[in-house]
Design a protein around this ligand. Structure first.
Ligand code: LLP
Length: 402
């Protein structure tokens, strides 16, 4: 990433809150997954055009959740055959966009089979499996098991395959994604679930997708062991190829793993105060800028720029919104959770680390705040990739009814 002086200069030039994304680092992380035949980037983690262009030009594939994400991927230079739409709900517009551009779908509900088959979309699809269990850093991002809306329940896979055949659709892929922020421990169970599903593999099957969900160490701990992860999937693929007597293409679909550590959110301290319980530092970024602490009690490492000579204090960091949940250091239960931060003063810059995934992509306009700008670093050089939203942008959708 950039050194302190450059971060300070960028904050001065573009204002705060400001997102930074190191695309060089994203590409370096993507290369670590080269053992898979296809790396399909889950753009929901960070859909910035500059990032998508960098991935498209290097031959990666991309996952889309909506017609709008399909169009974004096309705008970034992905050809339709490198885009896959993964969804449990095919709204009418999304179906139309997939059909118009010839984008294949990964269907997560059996009821999508007939409408998809009746459209002019490709005659092949992937089916997403709910293997009966899930995992994730929070229950809100656990996407498998009896409590999850995602995927086709594993016992219903044979019926879904029969439905696809009746509808004239070739099932060329099987996919599962059990959740986001998944550790290596459950991998054997996941592979076993795919193993069981492959007992029903149609003759048309070409691809197996391991899904995404690879965890990142937000606490600064050891990195997810991608090599071990890839080896386990590759070994399973060998067995499946032998059993089925044909070649199988292996995909992986990460979002967070690629982008989270490559992103930084820069905010400015605007007020410091003390209540009987806490030492507060109030900054100009809140849950309209970074929603993860509020939604999941997510932890992000934080530090004050150029303050290593000051004493550390247990500190609760909060934003500018008029809602008591607007705390950037909180537990999953919504209790303030202090972090050790150097003694702060108004005007200090706060760096919020690992903010590249589900940061700007989940930002909102709550309390009238514009979406923040983003600077990307490519070839070591920072460039503004997204300007701050303006007041006119915010009003543009509304009619003056006076
Ligand atoms: N594939 C599918 C079908 C998904 O639904 C997702 C994430 C991914 C891949 C990528 O998962 P990843 O590798 O990024 O963990 N907003 C939450 C995460 C939501 C994940 C949604 N689906 C957060 O900030 O933690």
């Amino acid at each position: 990433m950039l050194d302190a002086a450059r971060i300070r200069a960028l904050a001065q030039e573009h204002g705060t809150p400001l997102y930074l994304l190191d695309i060089d680092q994203v590409l370096e992380r993507a290369a670590r997954l080269a053992a898979f035949d296809t790396l399909r980037y889950a753009q929901k983690a960070h859909p910035g055009l500059a990032l998508l262009r960098a991935l498209a030009s290097r031959g990666y594939a991309v996952d889309a959740t909506s017609g709008f994400e399909i169009e974004r991927a096309l705008a970034a230079g992905f050809s339709p055959d490198r885009i896959e739409l993964a969804t449990d709900v095919l709204d009418r517009r999304t179906l139309e966009v997939a059909a118009t551009h010839g984008v294949r779908a990964n269907l997560g509900s059996a009821d999508l089979i007939e409408p998809y088959a009746a459209s002019s979309a490709p005659r092949s699809c992937t089916l997403r499996l709910n293997p009966g269990f899930g995992s994730g850093h929070n229950k809100r991002v656990t996407t498998g098991g009896p409590h999850s809306k995602h995927g086709i329940w594993h016992e219903e896979l044979p019926e879904a395959l029969a439905r696809a055949e009746r509808a004239g659709l070739e099932v060329t892929g099987l996919h599962l994604h059990i959740g986001s922020g998944v550790a290596l421990e459950g991998l054997a169970q996941t592979i076993e679930a795919m193993d069981a599903a492959l007992a029903h593999a149609p003759a048309t099957l070409e691809r197996v997708s391991a899904g995404g969900g690879l965890a990142v160490p937000y606490d600064g701990g050891p990195e997810f062991p991608v090599d071990e992860y890839a080896s386990a999937w590759l070994a399973a693929r060998e067995r499946w190829q032998e059993r089925l007597g044909r070649a199988l293409h292996l995909e992986v679909e990460p979002g967070r793993y690629l982008v989270a550590p490559a992103g930084l959110l820069v905010a400015e301290v605007r007020a410091c105060k003390q209540t009987p319980d806490w030492n507060w530092v109030l900054v100009d970024a809140g849950f309209q800028t970074l929603a993860r602490p509020l939604l999941y009690g997510a932890y992000h490492r934080m530090e004050l720029l150029d303050a290593t000579d000051r004493p550390l204090r247990p500190t609760v960091v909060a934003g500018p919104l008029c809602e008591s949940g607007d705390v950037l250091t909180q537990s999953a239960e919504g209790e303030p959770r202090p972090v050790q931060l150097a003694q702060a003063r108004p005007g200090d810059l706060l760096l919020i680390h690992d903010a590249g995934a589900y940061g700007i992509s989940m930002a909102s306009n709550y309390n009238g705040f514009p979406l923040p700008p983003e600077v990307v670093v490519q070839g070591g050089e920072p460039r503004l990739a997204r300007r701050r939203q303006t007041f006119d942008d915010l009003l543009a959708l509304e009619q003056d009814l006076s």
